[in-house]
Design a protein around this ligand. Structure first.
Ligand code: AMP
Ligand code: GLY
Length: 421
């Protein structure tokens, strides 16, 4: 099979690496790809992911049998519908089902209609009414803009004053539309849970825990994710059973019944509360860096699995993760998620990958001749497997220490919840 992979991050490098090990793979093409992905794929760097016409043209010219969509934006913009209309198999949901990530209001209303556990919420189009609600509810309380906000658009207010002060800001956020959400603050441990979904067939892939804050001890500003590990001990077999039966399966069924079946990977962001798992949000793609650790543990043929979802033939498929643990430590450019320099040179990745169980995924790099340069905020994902989280972590940080990139930084405490700081 010839496969077109869309995206350019660490998530897509991990997918490309795993796809490349499939015996079924013919050619792998990536739009736009990155220097890590280029080890396994022909990268077409000049085509933007917003150019759906050009993507369709590449599919025809290169005889593509399957398109795998990495990031959410093309899905929310309808790339899967467009490809399906052209008769091209695609891994990733259509625009209507992608609303699960594209609109928080859509997801909250779906949860309400189907009794899916999530934070209680109100929706407001008037700032005065929003403030009155906050005064009645008290703090802590959470304010959210609607729309695709690239990880921004959420204010977790620990005091009432903070919440009241944030109302105008959240209304003003781009993509927000006329309404905002205000919801109950959930207490517990967060976990990311991934399932392959094809209509009402749900196949659990595994769990991971992400570290969203920039600095050690979960301090500093929010980021796209500074590291991840899998499995997450908080996600016990019992919690997984409840999450499937109370959250993920009812969601898949609701979309299928509404005539907009979900085909792709559903990423449930969960809070494990004292009452059980509650949905914080859905994403309609693999997490980044969660994908790097999941792919490191996945047994068997990723291409066969993704193709079966795309063809509507997931029922009866099996998926297995190795019992090993995996960890991904993200190296980011100094200053991220604020301003940072681009173009700083990176060396010694080969030495890093000599550590047993280690693979370095490229997230934001570019090559210039024989040199590798940083080309983004999150730049590398140093990923290691081991018999347990402790061993995987030791290997990952051993590899980090070998990397020659004075302009980069990483957290030193990835997986602290599993190991203690
Ligand atoms: P989101 O953009 O929806 O992923 O939210 C960003 C982060 O805000 C989440 O990862 C949580 O840490 C936090 N958060 C969102 N909603 C809630 C909630 N209802 N209660 C507590 N924390 C929340
Ligand atoms: N690491 C969180 C995300 O991909 O949304």
């Amino acid at each position: 099979m010839n496969v077109l992979l869309l995206g350019s991050g660490g998530r897509e490098h991990a997918l490309a690496w795993k796809l490349a090990s499939s015996e079924k793979l013919g050619r792998l093409i990536a739009i736009p790809g990155n220097p890590g992905i280029a080890q396994y794929a022909q990268c077409m760097e000049t085509i933007p992911l917003t150019d759906h016409d050009a993507i369709v043209t590449v599919c025809g010219a290169e005889k593509i049998d399957l398109v795998v969509v990495g990031p959410e934006a093309p899905l929310v913009e309808g790339i899967a519908d467009r490809l399906a209309a052209e008769g091209i198999a695609v891994f990733g949901p259509g625009r209507a089902a992608a609303q699960l990530e594209g609109s928080k209001l859509f997801t909250k209303e779906l949860c309400k209609a189907h009794g899916i556990p999530t934070a209680a919420f109100g929706r407001f189009s008037d700032p005065e009414a929003a403030r009155a609600f906050i005064e009645a509810q008290g703090a802590p309380i959470v304010l959210k803009a609607d729309g695709l906000m690239a990880g921004k658009g959420v204010v977790v207010a620990m005091t009432q004053a903070e919440a009241l002060a944030a109302v105008d800001e959240v209304f003003a956020m781009g993509g927000s539309g006329p309404e905002i959400l205000i919801e109950e603050f959930l207490e517990g441990e967060e976990v990311s849970f991934f399932c392959l979904v094809d209509g009402d067939t749900v196949l659990p892939l595994g769990s991971a825990q992400d570290h969203k804050r920039a600095f050690d001890g979960d301090t500093g500003p929010n980021t796209g994710g500074m590291g991840a590990y899998s499995p997450a001990p908080v996600f016990t077999a019992d919690i997984e059973r409840r999450t499937l039966s109370e959250i993920v399966k009812p969601t898949a069924r609701a979309l299928a019944d509404a005539g907009v079946p979900f085909r792709g990977v559903l990423f449930a962001g969960l809070m494990i509360t004292s009452e059980g798992p509650k949905l914080i949000e859905y994403n309609v793609r693999f997490g980044d860096p969660e994908c790097q650790v999941l792919m490191s543990r996945l047994e068997g043929d990723l291409l066969a699995l993704l193709a079966s979802v795309a063809r509507g033939e997931l029922a009866g498929q099996k998926v297995a993760l190795r019992p090993d643990a995996a960890i991904c430590v993200v190296m980011a450019a100094r200053g991220y998620p604020g301003d940072y320099a681009r173009g700083t040179p990176i060396g010694s990745l080969i030495a890093a990958e000599r550590v047993e169980g280690v693979r370095v995924f490229h997230a934001g790099t570019r090559s210039e001749g024989t040199r590798l340069l940083a080309n983004g905020g999150r730049v590398l994902g140093i990923t290691a497997t081991g018999a347990n989280v402790a061993e995987a972590r030791e290997r990952a940080y051993d590899a980090v220490a070998r990397i020659d990139w004075p302009d980069g930084f990483c957290r030193s405490d990835i997986a602290w919840r599993a190991l203690g700081a």
